[in-house]
Design a protein around this ligand. Structure first.
Ligand code: PLP
Length: 483
């Protein structure tokens, strides 16, 4: 069969549309002899039967191994250049108490950017001093709470925050360690980066303004300046963008040493992963080695000591460890100028994975309940929302006999899917289940119709129509699976 001209240029026609390509699926993903998808030793069908679909699954072994191996790689490479690293797990990618515990147990700290994320990290039992808090508009109450509980570091994002954090720290009688977020002017995404001199974005202060602002921070007795912080983007392949950014940051870092100690440098997160077979992220060990070489060279050129270096990866750790299971509800073949495309609609969509609609993100889909020898056909995996842009996988190949009732799995949905999930069209957010060694464990239960109605103050009040629809009356609705 020839490649379908409707397929994007990067998508190859697979010889076998059942294959779980290396690097795309969680480490424990495999097929049983009968062809079912197996993850963490559990079959997709058993998980769907127990928890319903859509369902987020996290391969615990893989998530923890990715955290541990990333930390080991960075520790080794930065020890080679005579310094140490702090690795923060970027909770925005996917945060629950259990996942925070895994990360802490693997020796990572937790990076948060809101009072809600702080509450989750604390509920997980995180020592406050292992929490780093950034964000461009932390409220006064959030800053106060962060200082009250004693978070390790706060990233100051704008001039006005210097006084706010200083006042909160003084109120609580502490000296708060802070970083200053700067804009290096480098924006990186996948293979390319853009370096500009001027900034037009909401995060951080310019490198030009940094020395005066650090002077202000140092003048506050309740603040202790730790170093500069920068994040140049996400889903980055290769080290070139980091090299340019680190070079710009270390020039300012070196100048700041004239005014006092600058023990740290935080280079942010953004390490890329594979969402499709066309993605070729840099292996983490190579990236760690390149970043260490860059920092060593830049410090060497300037004759300054190598600082402790901090990183904040999220997607790299949790993204590939997660998949989403869906059930196919309908299929529809269309003909586009003589070329076939099969729409396969599933029971979730942009409410559980907003990334395709938000960023045009690509994903990979495979049959999860069986394999099939039918020839591969070009499919578009659509959601069930009332929105034509509600697409989960814009283009991939599935066996031509994919049918209603089939289970399908979408790879690499561990990062920024559950955390961006929403209730569009009043769909409840799916459950999150961790799987390991043949045992599933619910991390977050799914939302029910009763959950969705519970906050509507009009339910049960006033008119006869409204009165007939109480939260309790949802017991009469068809039972949702335990999602
Ligand atoms: C400041 C900061 N740090 C870390 C991250 C994590 O990025 P990633 O999940 O791509 O590693 C982000 C994500 O946008 C961020 O804004």
């Amino acid at each position: 069969m020839a490649t379908n001209p409707l397929a994007p240029a990067w998508l190859r026609l697979p010889a076998d549309a059942n294959v779980l390509a290396d690097g795309l699926w969680p480490a424990t993903a495999a097929r049983t002899p009968q062809g079912e998808l197996l993850i963490g030793g559990c079959t997709a069908a058993a998980l769907a039967a127990e928890f319903g679909t859509p369902l987020y699954l996290i391969d615990e072994t893989d998530a923890r191994a990715r955290a541990a191996s990333l930390r080991a790689a960075f520790e080794t490479e930065f020890a080679r250049i005579g310094t140490s690293v702090h690795i923060y797990y970027a909770g925005k990618a996917f945060l629950s108490t259990e996942i925070a515990r895994w990360m802490l147990a693997e020796g990572l700290n937790i990076d948060i950017c809101s009072g809600g994320e702080l509450a989750v990290a604390l509920a997980a039992g995180s020592p406050p001093n292992r929490i780093g808090y950034h964000g461009n508009n932390k409220s006064l109450a959030e800053i106060d709470e962060a200082c009250r509980v004693g978070v390790g570091t706060i990233v100051i994002d704008s001039p006005v925050e210097i006084g706010r954090v200083a006042a909160a720290a003084a109120r609580h009688g502490i000296v708060q360690a802070v970083r200053l977020r700067v804009n290096s002017g480098v924006h990186a995404h996948t293979h390319e980066f853009l370096a500009t001199a001027h900034e037009d974005q909401k995060f951080g202060v310019t490198l030009d303004d940094a020395p005066a602002l650090v002077g202000r921070i140092r003048a506050e007795p309740s603040l202790a300046f730790r170093g500069l912080h920068c994040h140049i983007g996400s889903q980055i392949f290769g080290a070139d963008g980091f090299a340019e950014s680190a070079s710009r940051l270390l020039a300012v870092h070196a100048a700041l040493l004239d005014g006092g100690p600058v023990p740290e440098l935080n280079l942010g997160g953004g390490f890329g992963i594979a969402y499709t077979s066309a993605d070729t992220p840099t292996p983490i060990g190579e990236l760690a080695a390149s970043l260490a070489d860059i920092v060593a060279a830049e410090c060497g050129t300037r004759g300054i000591p190598v600082p402790v270096v901090a990183f904040e990866p999220g997607r790299y750790i949790i993204g590939p460890a997660g998949i989403t299971l869906y059930e196919v509800g309908t299929t529809k073949a269309v003909d586009v100028a003589g070329n076939p495309r099969l729409y396969v609609s599933v029971d979730g969509g942009m409410s559980d994975n907003a990334r395709p609609a938000l960023y045009g993100a690509d994903y990979t889909v495979r049959l999860a309940g069986r394999v099939s020898a039918a020839e591969p056909v070009l499919v578009r995996l659509a959601g069930k929302h009332c929105e034509s842009g509600d697409i989960v996988v814009d283009a991939d190949y599935l066996p031509a006999d994919v049918s209603p009732g089939d289970l399908v799995a979408v790879a690499a949905t561990g990062a920024y899917c559950w955390s961006l999930s929403n209730n569009y069209n009043f769909l409840g957010r799916p459950a999150v289940v961790a799987v390991a060694e043949g045992t599933p464990r619910m991390l977050v239960r799914g939302e029910t119709i009763a959950d969705l109605l519970a906050r509507d103050t009009g339910v049960g009040a006033g008119s006869t129509t409204a009165g007939s629809t109480t939260a309790d009356s949802t017991a009469d609705l068809p039972k949702e699976p335990s999602r």
